[in-house]
Write a protein that binds this ligand. Sequence first.
Ligand SMILES: [Fe+2]
Length: 306
Amino acid sequence: MMGITQLGYVGVGVSKPEAWLRFASEILGLQPNGTDHDGGTFLRMDEHHYRLIVQEDSRDDIAFIGWETADKNGLEQIAQRLKSAGVEVTRGTRQEARNRHVAELVKFTDCDGLRSELYYGPLVHMDSPFRSPQARAGFVSGDQGLGHVVLCVNDFDRSLQFYRDVLLLRVTDFADFKIDPEHELELSVAFMHCNSRHHSLAFGAIPGFPKRLVHIMLQATSFDDVGSAYYLCQDREVPISMTLGRHTNDQMISFYVQTPAGFDIEFGWGARTVNDATWEVQRHDKASIWGHRLRAGILPGPGKAA
Ligand SMILES: [Fe+2]
């Protein structure tokens, strides 16, 4: 069975696109790369034409997600699985595929109504390498996809069933932890992979969380880029949602910065990878080995969590 090979692109809908694009370029070091036919701006982080599309939208949340397959065969197999599970699948028009710079795409919504696309054949530019406006060394992407997204879902079990049994993402591990030692809120999160990246998707049902998108993770190739971005945020007074720390499960050293749209970017380095031949699903009861302290006031107070 040919499945999804990577998290290829993500669209975000933000109320202040100019501020968001400035943040993406000056803080994250992503490279603007023109616009699509709907006025969205492409952001580049590797040889792909883009990895993020920034659209104007008052929701300040994820707008859509693009899952890549190796080829047409892979796309048709997953599309068929979706149909067999009762999910409506619509063929993208030639114009829609052209707008996304892919060979072909199909559209569906996930079990919570998130617009999702399956595609193959992304446009890549081998003649013009990624150039970070911040002279960053680059990102771990390529066949590991753009990074990962963490979503707040309505029903944990239903999402697990959808992403594992229908889309055939593979469970890497589960974590049940208190997000903050002083906070009552306990979270169950599933981490799922589709290539050697530890997780391309994670989700949990977070009571009272106002958005679908919790964060998007981008992984720098150089630890110095994480350190310098961390201090750049502090110098520019860009809000840090969670301090530098190391995660238990993917062992990534990262910090979380609040974007002008309210959702976070996790900026990290040094994650371990998954080898499907030997990987066994694990469970964790802590999110971090050290650090990752939550900024005060970021969550609803104890007692309000439910
Ligand atoms: Fe993350």
